[in-house]
Ligand binder design. Structure first.
Ligand code: NAD
Ligand code: AKB
Length: 316
């Protein structure tokens, strides 16, 4: 029987992953943890405990006490916030990963999911259809921490047999929980502003294409990767995950088809430079081949669901 620990479970990904994993393994077998308190809905859906991943002793104790078999470590400082406090972000991101790798090594929880990001690529990487293996010279603190993290994950797999699994998520789009301070956050904010105010000032320029993915696709594929037999995985660093690529202008046009009075203006800030250093589109054929990555939501389908759900949410 699987006993699952989710670290950073109240964030944009965790809040949806917890629910999906509870459906799969039973609520009592999925332990949601975070450094902040959950809302009622998550608290009622199964076990929750405050747990700081930076506190190694408590982390290991929790894993042993609850007979955890697999860990999802989602705690991190995202790209935009990381640029505001580079040294702190580096410390948090690396310590969060190293503590979970060490806890896996020192316990029975040998299977570990840790997300990387399209931020591992940099300005010298080919920007279109970025290959799985290519030049990687990230120039953001977040990207550097993700690239270092991938190397450590592979090292713990080869050296200690930790069943480390990872994907390079593109920007994730969801309506349940707000994104946590990244460069791709515009693609969520835009829906809330379109419904509330019929206008949005975008912090990226109109033609900045980035890879994105609807959360349901991200969750389904994360679980698919975690369930596949280990010998199918040719990579123990992190798999490219492409999703759908679009620019702010293309996203705005798609929203305008449903809300004709919606207007967008552009006022690029410090996140523009970050976005320009990332791929515009990604090749994820290795993930498709190894473990069956597949995506159900295209731009139009995603916009339909987002507008419907955001409207419902804002009506309360
Ligand atoms: P988020 O910021 O929304 O959530 C992170 C959660 O971690 C928060 O609930 C926070 O309270 C918690 N946390 C922070 N410090 C902690 C600590 N010391 N101990 C325990 N919990 C702590 O982030 P997210 O968007 O859900 O992202 C999760 C992971 O996925 C991160 O590693 C991120 O880099 C990666 N990722 C996210 C995206 C995206 O678009 N959301 C894209 C690529 C990669
Ligand atoms: C961010 O913008 O920082 C994240 C990511 C793509 O890693 N959404």
């Amino acid at each position: 029987m699987e006993r699952v620990l989710i670290i950073g479970s109240l964030g944009q990904i965790g809040s949806e992953l917890v629910i999906a994993l509870r459906k799969k393994y039973g609520a009592e077998n999925v332990f949601a943890t975070d450094i902040k308190n959950p809302g009622n809905k998550l608290r009622k859906s199964g076990p929750f405990q405050i747990l700081d991943v930076l506190d190694f002793k408590n982390l290991l104790h929790f894993i042993v006490r609850h007979h955890i078999t697999q860990i999802y470590n989602l705690a991190a400082v995202l790209s935009g916030n990381a640029e505001k406090m580079p040294l702190q972000a580096w410390d948090i991101n690396m310590k969060a990963l190293m503590n979970s790798l060490e806890a896996a090594r020192q316990s029975e929880a040998k299977k570990l999911f840790w997300p990387s990001s399209i931020a591992v690529f940099g300005p010298t990487t080919p920007r279109h259809n970025t290959p799985q293996l290519t030049v990687m010279e990230p120039n953001t603190v977040y990207g550097i921490s993700k690239l270092a993290g991938e190397r450590w994950g592979e090292y713990y797999n080869k050296r200690y047999g930790i069943d480390f699994r990872s994907v390079r998520y593109p920007g994730l789009i969801s309506y349940k929980t707000e994104p946590g301070g990244g460069t791709t956050d515009y693609a969520v904010e835009i829906f809330f502003e379109a419904v509330k105010n019929k206008s949005y000032e975008c912090f990226l320029s109109e033609d900045t294409a980035l890879p994105m993915m609807f959360m349901e696709d991200a969750i389904q594929n994360t679980i698919r990767l975690m369930e596949v037999e280990g010998d199918k995985l040719s990579l123990r660093s992190s798999y490219n995950m492409a999703g759908i690529s679009f620019t702010p202008k293309e996203l705005a046009e798609s929203i305008q088809k449903r809300i004709p009075e919606f207007r967008i203006t552009y006022n690029p800030d410090f996140r523009q430079v970050i976005a320009e250093s990332w791929p515009a589109s990604i090749d994820d054929s290795v993930a498709q081949r190894d473990w069956g990555l597949n995506v159900n939501y295209d731009l139009e389908k995603m916009v339909d669901v987002m507008l419907k759900e955001v409207s419902k949410k804002l009506k309360g």
